[in-house]
Design a protein around this ligand. Structure first.
Ligand code: LRY
Length: 226
């Protein structure tokens, strides 16, 4: 039986509030204001990037904060080491999201060390996965939540509105692990995508770009009028 904080997320929408390096909205104050706006709209948790954003958002919303730290942009870059994960906990993350793929980690240390450190620090751990095998391994290790986050392997901002979530991976994971909180994340671009992910058994659905990345959303509309 998952902890009450994870249980509270069941059937809910989580919003990912992130701006990328060099973008106009990339300041903690703006990310915190946007997070509060999403909370008012019904977000059951906020997923966010970077220590300053985690701290600012934690101070602004009541709902749980899923924190991560992106360091680099190739290979394992989402909370790549134990040090990054502990810093996210200390910044205020209730749940820490980490890259849980089998790819080499920058410090050469095993993923289980990061997981243990998060748990010892009193937080929960979310496994950002690429494949079904990643999900299996993360369940075996004892992650509190597993997610389809990395299944497409391309930057969220490089997608078009027509790209949808990986429902096939989601369905396989929820049928093999019916008791594990499996999160659908990545390319949930429409309310219909979210409905389908929910119907496919997602414990919760994370929406980022389609709610909180106005540059991408604007380009989708502009391109539709070409
Ligand atoms: C692949 C990667 O680095 N994903 C990141 C993880 O935090 C974010 O850039 C995404 O916005 C997030 O996963 C939500 O996905 P979408 O923006 O597609 O709703």
């Amino acid at each position: 039986m998952p902890h009450a904080l994870i249980e509270e997320l069941k059937g809910k929408l989580i919003v990912s509030v992130q701006a990328y390096p060099g973008e106009p909205l990339r300041t903690p104050e703006i990310m915190a204001a946007m997070s509060r706006a999403c909370e008012l709209g019904g977000a059951a948790a906020i997923r966010c990037q970077g220590l300053a954003d985690i701290a600012a958002i934690k101070g602004r919303v009541e709902v749980p904060v899923i924190g991560l730290w992106k360091d680099g942009h190739e290979g394992v870059y989402i909370t790549p080491t134990r040090r990054h994960a502990l810093a996210c906990v200390h910044a205020g993350a209730d749940i820490v999201a980490v890259d849980a793929t089998g790819r080499p980690r920058p410090d050469g240390r095993p993923l289980c060390e990061t997981l243990d450190a998060i748990k010892e620090a009193g937080a929960f751990a979310m496994a950002d996965c690429m494949t079904f095998e990643d999900i299996e391994a993360a369940v075996d290790l004892g992650f509190d939540l597993v997610s389809t986050t990395l299944s497409h392997g391309v930057a969220a901002t490089d997608c078009t509105m027509a790209d949808g979530p990986d429902l096939e991976l989601l369905r396989r994971a929820t049928s093999v692990f019916p008791d594990v909180p499996v999160i659908c994340e990545g390319r949930v671009h429409t309310a219909e995508d979210a409905r389908q992910a929910h119907a496919a058994g997602a414990w919760a659905v994370v929406v980022g770009t389609a709610i909180t990345h106005p540059t991408s959303i604007t380009s989708w509309f502009a391109e539709a009028m070409q």
